[in-house]
Ligand binder design. Structure first.
Ligand SMILES: *Cc1c(COP(=O)(O)O)cnc(C)c1O
Length: 373
């Protein structure tokens, strides 16, 4: 028997790719840190849980339905999305989380030698998928914590196939207003695809916030990403989608795995967007109340923080973010360390119900005073 020569079999860009290791299950972490409860403030989940209609769908999903393949093209969900957003069903492509549609878009447009452009401090999946697909990534530094339109335009060349804009940006909460976005799209002038990731769309209530689904009426190179993981609290089911002009969707569909979206996810998503007005209002209120509690608290401590759009806030920590993480874990609070997002010694905190925010404030206060003694 010969030896398996992985370095000959595996392309160089895969060998050089540094994999991301997801955190351990909550139960494992709880015994590791010796706590009985754990508040998850690390993933921007909606702590209110999904809208009421979703509960019925999940309850009605009986074992008899398990042997049957899901609809391969999310037929009914796409009809529902089309109706809600005044589009046609062939303008939607639904994936196993919007992470899957990121992958499908890159596969559809990029070959070796091509590049994508995004920011250095944003949602990392655009960069990761491009890198392990052998596609060059141009990371443009944020300017005042926001995407820098001029530097992104300067970075474009004839090999640029996709620009990813996270609007509002995870993790900084900054966004491009209508004017900035329109000027940018005019300057791109259809030379490449512009993905506008609106994972936190339903959290934003700014008048000047641009809606990518509207912009694509004028700019057919715009691709909007939305997810059911954040506002609609379906993260465990893994479902998200893109919306674009029919011709763009027709191309991306060719690279997209059929049957990747399971039946409960399709049904829950359709239920989630039915009569969602009160649910969205209640979630926004929860987020606003949490923000109103945390901002003055950080002000009092004299800490810098970024509080923008979305259901999260970022704060610069007076000690190492990984040390702070461990100390908060011992009190049953899980936050996101930001060193991996290229924000060393910042943490990101999801904005949830008042009692949990109070628990966070107390734990944070205690940790900070214990290290400054
Ligand atoms: C959470 C998030 C996503 C989404 O993910 P899913 O794969 O749909 O769970 C996409 N983009 C951003 C910016 C996010 O924060």
């Amino acid at each position: 028997m010969s030896i398996l020569m992985l370095d000959k079999l595996v392309p160089e860009h895969i060998q050089n790719f540094e994999p991301y290791f997801p955190s351990k299950p909550d139960t494992v972490l709880m015994s590791l840190f010796g706590v009985e409860t754990l508040y998850r403030l690390n993933n921007n989940e909606n702590a209110l849980g999904p809208p009421p209609g979703v509960h019925r769908v999940i309850d009605d999903f009986v074992p008899d339905m398990v042997p049957v393949y899901p609809n391969g093209d999310c037929f009914f969900l796409k009809e529902k999305l089309a109706f809600k957003f005044n589009k046609s069903p062939d303008q939607f492509l639904v994936g196993n989380g919007s992470c899957e549609v990121i992958s499908s878009v890159i596969k559809a447009f990029c070959m070796k030698g091509d590049n994508i452009i995004t920011a250095d401090k944003t949602f990392a999946v655009y960069e990761w998928v491009a890198r392990f697909s052998g596609v060059e990534v141009k990371l443009i530094p944020l300017k005042d914590f926001r995407f820098d339109p001029d530097a992104m335009l300067d970075a474009m060349d004839e090999m640029t196939k996709i620009i990813f804009i996270c609007n509002p940006n995870n993790p900084t909460g900054t966004y491009w207003d209508m004017d900035t976005m329109t000027r940018f799209l005019k300057a791109v002038d259809q030379r490449c695809i512009v993905v506008i990731d609106e994972a936190y769309f339903e959290y934003v209530d700014k008048k000047d916030y641009p809606d990518a689904m509207q912009l694509m009426e004028t700019f057919s190179n715009v691709v909007a990403f939305r997810t059911f993981s954040k506002m609609y609290a379906l993260a465990a089911l893994r479902i998200g989608y893109l919306c674009s002009s029919p011709d763009v969707v027709d191309m991306v569909r060719r690279t997209h795995i059929v049957y990747s979206v399971n039946t409960p996810a399709q049904q829950a998503a359709a239920a989630a967007i039915t009569d969602d007005t009160d649910f969205i209002a209640a979630t926004r209120k929860m987020v606003k109340d949490a923000r109103d509690l945390l901002c003055p608290f950080f002000d009092d401590l004299g800490l810098s923080y970024l509080s923008g759009q979305g259901n999260y806030i970022m704060v610069r920590t007076p000690i190492s973010d990984t040390l702070l993480y461990r100390m908060l874990m011992k009190q049953g609070i899980m936050v996101r360390t930001m060193t991996g997002f290229r924000f060393p010694n910042w943490i990101r905190i999801s904005l949830v119900q008042q009692p949990v925010m109070t628990a966070f404030v107390n734990a944070f206060q205690e940790v900070i005073s214990s290290v400054s003694d």
